[in-house]
Design a protein around this ligand. Structure first.
Ligand code: LLP
Length: 455
């Protein structure tokens, strides 16, 4: 059973991203798992499984941890943005907007979700390494900040912004030569990345943009990777970005915003040890402050774009256990009613998770089992060789830390409908995403008339 300590502001060890379970996790008198005063197995009965459950308190606590730390450590203005690729929905957009967050979108779909989800357009940033004209126009018409990722963005916008129209609000994405996709990082001159302008292209882009009336360059952006436990790469990133800020200033741009991306990791299993949100913000803020002051630059507005560390720990997924296969001397498979279509991370990245039985989270371990999904693929395994009390068909299994990159990366592989999602708070559960039905999955299929057998 994962730790379920209450969050205390300023206490590093209780930072939401360092918890293995949502902050409102409790055990009731009968020994069942509770979340936000809701009995987890009751949620499974009421809404069916698989079910994504999001704990509002944990999301709000993570938002607050970012906001408080920015206020504490960064003397200039700041605006945290939620990287909505982690988990995009109207309800989550409303939730983060109510905490004063802006939002990072990477497609028309994420942009619409943010706009209709009540995020003020001037707090939205549009990313993407291959934006369509439609995406660029939707962003431009709503005064959304557009992150220029490459020459194609520049060429398309130069054509799309009407002559004499309001200039497009722009950020420039740099490829900073800092590679950090594992728990090691390297600095190189050139990175093999599809995103952003290489540092040796920046000067000519800055010179070009200065002469363009359709363009208003407001900020610089960089993002160096995800699920990062180290702090050093972001210190280096601040130095690289401050150099570019200085160059932009010399070329006559007045850059207001510096966006250092997201990337802070979370604890998926006991041995993971990410820095707290507070520590991450402290390091980033101090690095930006010092890099700017050593170059005599005014402090920019500091933006960051957390996705995973804002919402992963808040989410759990509930499954119902079905079949069992014992292979003596090899392995015991327990199959659940979901799998790689609702959580593609284990099969894609070999990601590890923590799980327990909803109604017997504290029972002693009786066996080592492998939790398999129901998809037609041998690799469809959610958790390999985990320790559980003995379970039976019909028991509810809880997988923790599924709030990020699960729902948003889900698929309909094997024509399996996507799960419903609920948000829980103070004993109340509200549906935020309806469960798909198998019939729904046929709605975009089209049969050519000539395929229909007549008579
Ligand atoms: N900003 C940009 C430009 C990004 O590309 C990302 C993530 C973020 C912010 C948020 O990063 P975070 O704080 O969540 O680490 N599907 C992978 C993660 C891909 C992350 C892509 N970009 C996974 O499930 O681990």
């Amino acid at each position: 059973m994962p730790n379920c300590k209450q969050y205390e502001v300023g206490k590093d060890c209780f930072s939401p991203n360092r918890n293995l379970s949502p902050l409102t996790t409790e055990i009731d008198v009968e020994g069942s798992l509770m979340l936000a005063k809701c009995k987890v197995s009751d949620l499974a009965n009421r809404y069916g499984t698989p079910l994504y459950v999001l704990d509002e308190t944990t999301v709000r606590a993570a938002c607050k941890a970012y906001k408080d730390a920015l206020e504490q450590y960064y003397p200039g203005d700041s605006l945290p943005l939620y990287a909505s690729k982690a988990n995009s929905s109207l309800a989550v957009s409303h939730l983060v907007a109510s905490e004063g967050f802006g939002l990072d979108a990477v497609s028309e779909g994420e942009l619409l979700t943010a706009l209709q989800g009540g995020v003020p357009p001037n707090r939205i940033v549009l990313h993407g390494n291959n934006k369509s004209d439609q995406e660029l126009l939707l962003a431009y018409k709503n005064s959304v900040l557009i992150v220029l990722d490459n020459q194609h963005d520049i060429e398309r916008l130069a054509e799309l912004v009407p002559s004499g129209g309001i200039p497009a609000r722009l950020m420039l994405r740099l490829t900073p030569g800092i590679e950090c996709h594992t728990h090691e990082y390297i600095r190189t001159g050139h990175l093999d990345s599809k995103f952003g302008f290489d540092l040796d292209q920046i000067e000519s882009v800055l010179i070009y943009l200065k002469g363009e009336s359709w363009a208003r360059l407001e900020g610089l952006h960089a993002h160096i990777g995800s699920q990062i436990f180290e702090l050093e790469p972001h210190r280096d990133l601040a130095e690289v970005m401050a150099d570019v800020l200085l160059l932009a200033q010399k070329l006559g741009h007045s850059i207001k915003d510096l966006n250092i991306g997201g990337g802070l990791g979370i604890r998926y299993v006991k041995d993971d040890n990410p820095p707290s949100i507070n520590t991450w913000v402290k390091v980033v803020s101090t690095a930006v402050k010092e890099s700017c002051s050593s170059r005599n630059l005014d402090l920019p507005r500091l933006m960051c774009e957390p996705g995973r560390s804002l919402i992963a720990t808040a989410g759990i997924t509930l499954y119902t256990i079905g079949s069992r296969k014992d292979i003596p001397g090899i392995r015991t498979y327990i199959s659940v009613d979901g799998g790689m279509s609702d959580n593609p991370r284990p099969i894609t990245y070999q990601s590890l998770y923590t799980a327990c039985l909803a109604d017997r989270p504290l029972d002693s371990v009786e066996e080592t089992v492998t939790i398999a999904g129901k998809h037609c693929e041998s690799g469809d395994v959610l958790l390999k060789d985990i320790q559980l009390p003995s379970s039976k068909s019909g028991d509810v299994l809880v997988v923790f830390s599924t709030g990020a990159y699960n729902s948003s990366m889900s698929s309909n592989y094997n024509k399996i409908p996507r799960p419903a999602a609920v948000i829980v708070n103070k004993g109340q559960a509200d549906l935020i995403q309806k469960r798909e039905r198998s019939e729904d999955l046929l709605q975009y299929d089209v049969v050519p008339d000539r395929f229909r057998v007549v008579g």
